[in-house]
Design a protein around this ligand. Sequence first.
Ligand code: COA
Length: 382
Amino acid sequence: MNVGIDKLAFFVPNTFVDMTDLALARDVDPAKFHIGIGQDEMAVNPTTQDIITFATNAAAPLLSEEDKKAIDMVIVGTESSVDESKASAVVVHDLLGIQPFARSIEMKEACYSATAGLALACDHVRLNPDVKVLVIASDIAKYGLNTGGEPTQGAGSVAMVVSANPRILKLNNDNVALTQDIYDFWRPFGQAYPSVDGQFSNATYINAFAQIWEEYERRTSLSFEDFAALAFHTPYTKMGKKALMPMLEKKKPQNADELMVQFENGIVYNRRVGNLYTGSLYLSLISLLENGELAAGNRIGLFSYGSGTVAEFFSGELVEGYEQQLRKVEHQSMLDARKRLNIAEYEVMFEEKLDLNHNKTFDDPTPYSVSEILDNHRLYKK
Ligand code: COA
C-alpha cells in the first residue's frame, strides 16, 4: 500500500524584514546576508500570532469535511511551544473542527520533530488505511536582537495531510536516522532565546548528512544518481548547500549539476521566509515542488536535522498529477501581500510579549489569531 503526503501547505505571518535593511542597521555588508547566508527576507510575527495560529492557518485551507471526519491523529512538531504541559495539537484539533475521537500530541526535538511525526503518521496509516493524520510543523525562530543568529530567524508553519494512496508524494519507508548527544543549540527552561554555537552547529549538520548518506547508500544500494532532487532542512539557505556540495564532490554523480539546480528551486520560498525550525525542510519541499519542474515517478530525498542532535534522511516518489494538489498561486500571493517592516517597527514587535496575567482582547484580522487573554490562558478566534 502506498502511504505519504496527500495535501501540503504553508503559512507565514504577514510582516517581514528585508535583509538589506537589517544588514544596514547592524552595520554589516548586505552581501553577507544575501550571499554568505543566503537570505533575502525574514518573516516576523505579531504577538497575536503564535504556533497555534500558524498551524491552523496553514491547515484550514487544506481540510475538507471528509478529511475532518477521517483524521484520527493530530501531531504538531515544535520547539516554540506555548505551554509546558498542554499540547498545542489539542487546541489546533478544536479550532479546525476535527472529529473528537482523535489523538492529539506535540513532539519535540529541535528542528527535527515533525519528521518523527511524519514517520509516525505513515506507520499509523499503514496499519489503518482508512484514516488520515494531520502533521504540522510550527515554530518561531528567535535568536535575539543584535545576535549572530539574528539573520537566521523566521516564523511560520507547514501542514501535511498523510493518507493511503497519497496524491503528492508517496514515502518509501527507507528512513535512516542518526542520534548524537551534542550541545550545538539548546534552550534551557525559562530561557527566552536559545544558546547556540553557530559554527559548531554548521559542522555538526554537515557531518550528520555525510554520515547518514553513507549509511543510506550502504542500506539501500541507491546513489545520488537515483534522485531527481534533494530537499534539506534550511535554517538559512546556504546551510543545505554546505552539506550537499562536499558529498557531490566526493561521489561525483553524473547528475550533480541537476541536483544543484533543483537545490536552488527548493530554497526559493525559504529565502523569503527565513528559518521555520521544524517547518524548514517541508517549506523547502513545497518550494521544490512549486518551483522545480519534476515529473511523476521522480525520487526526492529529504534531509531533516534537529540540533542536539537527531538527523534523518528518507525518500519519496512523486505521484501522477501531483501538480494539481499544490497551492502555488495561494502561497506566492501570501508572500507577495506581506508588509515590509522598517527596523524600528521590527524591534518593537520583537520585544512585545503576551502577558497572560492581564485579561485583554485583540483584533487581528488574520483568519486564526489570538483574540483574548482570559484568566491565564489564550483564547483564539475561530
Ligand atoms: N559577502 C559575501 N559573503 C560573506 C560576506 C560578504 N561581505 N561576509 C561574510 N560572508 C560569508 C562568509 O564567508 C560565510 O560563508 P561560508 O559559510 O560559505 O564560509 C557566511 O557569509 C557566514 O559568515 P560567518 O562569518 O560564518 O557568519 P557568522 O559568524 O555571523 O555566523 C551563522 C553565521 C549561520 C553560524 C549564525 O548566523 C548562527 O549562529 N545562526 C544560528 C545557528 C544556525 O542556524 N545553525 C545552522 C545549523 S542548524
